[in-house]
Design a protein. Structure first.
Length: 77
């Protein structure tokens, strides 16, 4: 919903705005590297949603990433 509204208001810059917004939600980790990575992933997700018109793939991808990062990786590493 946010990306659709941002694209209507800002054109192609809307995807960039939403990627910045997505990264800003991760600022609590206090890591510039993390913010940069999340921004790039958010930009990629935005482009995928823009091309496909569906959030299904990025929702599954984001969910799997969170499961791996918070439920699997702590016990493996």
């Amino acid at each position: 919903m946010i990306q659709r509204a941002a694209k209507e208001a800002m054109g192609g810059w809307g995807i960039l705005f939403v990627a910045v917004l997505f990264a800003s939600m991760h600022i609590g980790y206090l890591s510039i590297l993390d913010l940069g990575l999340v921004f790039v992933v958010g930009l990629f997700f935005g482009i995928v949603v823009n091309k496909t018109g569906s959030i299904f793939g990025v929702t599954v991808s984001h969910g799997l990433t969170n499961v791996i990062l918070y439920l699997v990786a702590p016990f493996v590493f």
